[in-house]
Write a protein of this length. Structure first.
Length: 249
């Protein structure tokens, strides 16, 4: 099984560096816009492009991934809401288990549907513990997955989930407040998860500026993800500042 992308993430982190990933939701862009925004993200300093969404309204997923892939030299990683969001043009995919929930479809069901297609596409699956964190309102992931998020004031519960995922062999932990979250993942929770696991910690959802990114890094995050920031009218400046906060941490 391929593991070049996971190995390069692990190598970066073991050198003491942090990563910045930019998430593109294919519903938000035409193919040409997606390619342009991906290129812009790369030139701002993004280390990888994530592509996916909880629920898609457009029917151009595969083409979108292929347009983005042609536009950038950094890895393109799928962040699929379900087993239909797959594309052979990507380098890897986060093989997400929604371990904060108890919905069997998000723990194994979608994985079984996706596995033969992933094998055929030849993309690298990266087993990732996806943990949804309460963020002030119902997120799309919460609604679509029919699961409850982790209580934001109970970091020890989050740590137990992350540790269980590490024991199960997962390669990454993703602490997710949800796209456009009012409140991002609390630093206390990141700190406690960091003290329990050695695998890299991704943090995303509601990170809107460099100060917020720095707060997550100080708490122990290894990879910062932003999505909505790029839709901001000064999105390029904000992404540049976030990338620089990550690189110079
Ligand atoms: C990635 O869903 C997030 O984890 C992206 O969230 O759009 O709020 O940056 P934002």
């Amino acid at each position: 099984m391929k593991r070049a992308i996971l190995d390069s993430i692990l190598a970066t982190i073991s050198r003491g560096s942090k990563c910045y990933w930019v998430l593109l939701d294919p519903d938000d862009f035409t193919l040409e816009e997606g390619a342009r925004v991906a290129e812009e993200s790369q030139s701002c300093g993004a280390d990888a492009i994530l592509i996916g969404g909880s629920l898609l309204y457009t029917n151009h997923f595969d083409k979108f991934v292929s347009f983005v892939k042609k536009a950038v030299s950094i890895p393109v990683i799928l962040f699929p809401g379900d087993a239909t969001q797959l594309s052979a043009s990507a380098d890897a995919l986060l093989y997400l288990s929604l371990v904060s929930g108890r919905n069997p479809m998000n723990l194994i069901g979608e994985h079984v549907k996706a596995a033969p297609v992933i094998r055929e596409c030849g993309i690298e699956p990266i087993a990732t513990a996806y943990m949804l964190v309460e963020s002030g309102s119902v997120s799309s992931v919460e609604f679509m997955s029919d699961t409850r998020p982790l209580p934001r004031n109970k970091p020890q519960i989050a740590a137990a989930h992350a540790l269980a995922a590490q024991y199960m062999g997962m390669g990454l932990v993703y602490l997710e407040a949800g796209s456009g979250a009012q409140q991002s993942v609390p630093p206390e929770m990141i700190k406690m998860v960091r003290s329990y696991v050695e695998i890299p910690i991704i943090v995303g959802g509601g990170i809107r500026d460099a100060a917020a990114a720095r707060e997550k890094l100080e708490a122990g995050a290894d990879i910062i993800v932003t999505g909505n920031v790029l839709k901001n009218k000064n999105g390029v400046t904000l992404m540049r500042e976030i990338a620089s906060a990550v690189k110079n941490f």
